[in-house]
Design a protein around this ligand. Sequence first.
Ligand code: MG
Length: 381
Amino acid sequence: MKLVGIELWRVDLALSNPVATSQGSHGPRPVLYVRVVTDEAEGWGECGALPGGTAVDPALDDVDVAVAERAVPRLFQAGASRGGELVGAPSVARLFGEGPLERVVAATIEMAVLDAELRSSATALAERLGAVRAVVESGGVVGIPPGRDPGALVDAAARLLDGGARRVRFKIEPGWDTVPARALRTAFPSAALLADANGAYRRGGTDDDASVLCALDDYGLVCIEQPLPAPDLAALGILAAELATPIGLDESLGTVRRLAEAIRYGAVAVACIKPSRIGGLLAARRALAMAAEAGIDGFVGGFFESGLGRAANAAVAGLCGSSLPGDLSDPADYLVEDPCGYLEVDGGAVRLTTAPGVGAAPDSAVLARLGAVGRWFPYRS
Ligand code: MG
């Protein structure tokens, strides 16, 4: 496929219900799309970065600059060294470094390149990745309710479960942990519940949180996700031996190599894999294969993507290493408007598409109506 050019689209989407976590709350949801145009097909990629960066994830504005100023020229250089051919999706990650920003950039570009390849060969993403199921399970997430009101938390979880969510992941932080766990377990005796701490607890020193984390053992949780900060794999391994509840890792899993280290430390029983963070759909596939090989559970996590990014994540959730429900609910549930549309969802069941490509793309009329700004970079050999 001969490169014709690359277009970047920036659009301001918004979350209909901001989600509070121990790391702050999300409201606006601007999105960057990349459109790779070739002489045979075009492909779309969605950037997963959120407007506010964290210790492990870059902010969208920084990714936007890196894509426009570094990734586009690099893709063009790679094309020039191939006689104008678009670089193959498996080679995209090698054009970029291993840092958090570079991985998100690589993931965004790789999705667009893969989408173009798949459309050109009339292949669906799920088939290309080797999905083992046609329908994947979706779970829901509830934030910390205003005023830390357990009643509001239970109501929010009830809405998710009534809508078909196959599990409820709820946010915890010091001072808001056993209360929500007890409220949810009492209201939903048999529901699959995950507590997500976003790295908010500490071990050692004067404020050791081991006892409060151990107290969560009473509530039959699927796991406590990221109880300690991302870098502390050794401490997470020690904590895992002290808790009856399995430990899940999310922010710690920035690369496939980090997952291998976490497995070696005994620090992970449930791996939350986010394709955008780990460097792309193909890296996510390697991570889930590693999880399956190690006998640990895996699921696909999300960043409140629009329908394009989420359809890509759903295809990844079809892989055998994805053993638990993922963050795959319909973006219409949390975005005021989704320019892409999504897959067929029936309650908590998401049907993977057999159409060529990732399975969703932004509608240009909707982008225009939302005031999206496009930038076109023509390829010149
Ligand atoms: Mg998490």
